[in-house]
Ligand binder design. Structure first.
Ligand SMILES: Cc1cc2nc3c(=O)[nH]c(=O)nc-3n(C[C@H](O)[C@H](O)[C@H](O)COP(=O)(O)OP(=O)(O)OC[C@H]3O[C@@H](n4cnc5c(N)ncnc54)[C@H](O)[C@@H]3O)c2cc1C
Length: 287
């Protein structure tokens, strides 16, 4: 329960943070809310010799509208996302999903940047960011680049981040007015990570699905975009046959780990159920 020894650094600018991370190399880790990193350090699953705390870095916090996108600073806490009227109005699925993360104590500290950068398949933000078509801005020793959320996750705890790079912000295209949305998450108890979760964003026209995106959490070593499942419901009124087809297509790409949350077959089954529930609830909200 006691982490290994480490040196603490508190840079004031992104440039200083990047410089520190690149010069200290593999032994250094950025520290955001610490709600994933510190437990790993206490279990000695992570033993960084240097922690680069991002709390003093200017310009990493805040939520702003930039044309048809919402741009969220990496150090914006989950609590701040919940408190944002802009998010409640234009990106309600983010509000819904964040409310299903742990408890207020975790959400006061946990950040959106830490959640997307962590690479834990159990984190809720990554699949949601893929569903929404988000892009991450990364800053590192070679400059700034943008990576689509859909291309960021390469394996469990393995992302497109290069040594010394930070996620500085997340840009999310605002879905059209009248879109339907739902984040369905099955968990064993309040505060638990997902046994299975599905994000759906769709639009309806004349009672039929016009556009649809479906993301899956904790059903593979990376978050998944269930494109075949989404295609299966386009042009349908989400009748039982279409829902079943979508669930089957989503289950076909799931490869969850068998763990304390259940065996593989169970987790795939409930993953399909989450997809069907999210589709139905999203359609009910679409205008
Ligand atoms: C009891 C409990 C329950 C939880 N339940 C859930 C849950 O249901 N769903 C869920 O999604 N999460 C859950 N979490 C995790 C929580 O949301 C974390 O806050 C989040 O995963 C990590 O964010 P953080 O700001 O705490 O990051 P940290 O723990 O500080 O960092 C996480 C990792 O990302 C790296 N990192 C942090 N910021 C950046 C950055 N800007 N650029 C590059 N790398 C960075 C760190 O070096 C570290 O490797 C839970 C945590 C606890 C303690």
């Amino acid at each position: 329960m006691i982490p290994g020894p480490f040196e603490y650094h508190r840079p004031a600018t992104i440039a200083d943070a990047v410089k520190l991370l690149s010069s200290l190399g593999d032994d250094a880790r950025p520290l955001a809310g610490g709600h994933s990193l510190v437990p790993m350090m206490k279990l000695r699953l992570a033993t960084p010799s240097h922690l680069v705390d991002l709390h003093g870095v200017d310009g990493l916090k805040g939520i702003r509208r930039d044309g048809d996108k919402l741009v969220i600073g990496a150090m914006t806490t989950q609590h701040a996302l919940l408190a944002s009227e802009e998010i409640g109005t234009s990106l309600p699925i983010l509000h819904e999903a964040v409310l299903l993360i742990a408890d207020p104590q975790v959400r006061y500290r946990g950040t959106i940047g830490g959640n997307v950068a962590n690479g834990d398949p159990g984190n809720d933000m990554p699949a949601l960011m893929m569903t929404l078509g988000a892009t991450y801005t990364l800053e590192g020793p070679s400059g700034t680049r943008e990576v689509a959320a859909g291309e960021f996750y390469q394996g469990a705890y393995f992302t497109a981040l290069e040594p010394g790079e930070l996620v500085t912000s997340i840009a999310i295209p605002v879905p059209p007015v009248g879109h339907g949305y739902a984040y369905e998450k099955l968990k064993r108890k309040v505060g638990d990570y997902a046994t299975a979760a599905a994000a759906v964003v769709l639009t309806m026209a004349g009672g039929k699905v016009e556009t649809c995106a479906i993301g899956l959490t904790n059903l593979h070593e990376t978050p998944l975009l269930a494109t075949d499942a989404a295609s299966a419901v386009i042009g349908t009124s989400l009748d039982p046959a279409a829902l079943k087809k979508a669930a089957a297509a989503a289950e076909a790409i799931m490869a969850p780990a068998a763990d304390a949350r259940g065996p593989v077959e169970y987790r795939k089954h409930v993953g399909g159920v989450m997809v069907m529930r999210a589709l139905q609830r999203a359609a009910g909200r679409a205008r």
